[in-house]
Design a protein around this ligand. Structure first.
Ligand SMILES: Nc1ncnc2c1ncn2[C@@H]1O[C@H](COP(=O)(O)OP(=O)(O)OP(=O)(O)O)[C@@H](O)[C@H]1O
Ligand SMILES: [Mg+2]
Length: 254
């Protein structure tokens, strides 16, 4: 079942084209990794799908609802972690997540149940009563991931979810994504190619607003030789890196 669909999505800022005709669909059970150099258009594409930016042309649909024409229906089915994750700095972690659950229409029993699950899976117990602005970068990121998941949405769009997390938490968040993926469509962006190999069922490489590749990580890895230029054997994620560098080498912000 298709849960996310973009059709010839275009976003221009003045004369600059940030997203230049992106079309793909994501089905239930898929975890799609967005890869691309800085400035490639990954976050802009995610904002367009999430309905936080108006497309110049084309459309994006979440569970059949147009993100721009019918944003309320689309957002009910969506959890979104924006880049940098703006949060309410004066609230405690617990109060903020209860507030999000309330906004999402969860009753108090369901709120308790979901927050208990999330506290455990994202390990937020130790900071539950702390003010958000007093948290470290990694814990702020965790709160951002938690708010996206509170209502157990069918579609998750997570813009660099593991950015700033320590290696243990990176591992935990990847495990979490894998464990919930079965009947959801998940799109993550990342610069960590190892992460794509570890969690993604599919990788979309974007540069200069266009899709350069859309395949499974294994298919992309198979496109480069097993032996690197130095004659040494290359592992999966290093080969993915070779392929990424080969097809995205032209700088974006030229
Ligand atoms: N509101 C805006 N106004 C003007 N230009 C913008 C705006 N938002 C994004 N851009 C430009 O669009 C391009 C794509 O940006 P985007 O944030 O989507 O890249 P990205 O692939 O997410 O990069 P990164 O890996 O650095 O997060 C960049 O050149 C950026 O400067
Ligand atoms: Mg970005």
């Amino acid at each position: 079942m298709v849960l996310v669909e973009t059709r010839a999505l275009v976003k221009r800022f003045g004369s600059f084209t940030a997203v230049d005709g992106i079309s793909f669909s994501v089905g239930s059970g898929e975890v799609v990794g967005f890869l691309g150099p800085n400035g490639a258009g990954k976050s802009t594409t995610m904002r367009l799908i999430a309905g936080f930016l108006e497309p110049t042309a084309g459309s994006a649909h979440i569970c059949g609802h147009d993100s721009h024409a019918d944003p309320v229906s689309a957002r009910l089915r969506l959890g979104y972690l924006p880049e940098g994750a703006p949060l309410y700095p004066d609230m405690s972690v617990g109060a903020f997540l209860e507030f999000v659950a309330g906004m999402r229409g969860l009753d108090s029993a369901r709120t308790r149940e979901r927050l208990a699950e999330i506290v455990e899976s994202i390990e937020l117990g130790s900071v539950w009563n702390r003010r958000i602005d007093a948290l470290s970068k990694g814990y702020k990121r965790r709160v951002g991931i938690a708010q996206a998941m509170v209502h157990d949405p069918d579609v998750l769009i997570l813009d660099e979810p593991t950015d700033g997390l320590d290696p243990n938490q990176k591992h935990e968040v990847r495990e979490l994504i894998r464990s919930i993926a079965a009947n959801k469509a998940i799109i993550i962006s990342t610069h960590i190619l190892e992460e794509v190999e570890a969690v993604c069922t599919r990788a979309i490489i974007i540069a200069r607003g266009r899709m350069l590749a859309d395949a499974t990580p294994a298919e992309l890895i198979a496109k480069t030789p097993e032996t690197g230029p130095d004659g040494m054997a290359r592992s999966g994620s290093l080969r993915l890196e070779d392929y990424f560098r080969e097809i995205t080498r032209t700088p974006v912000e030229a």
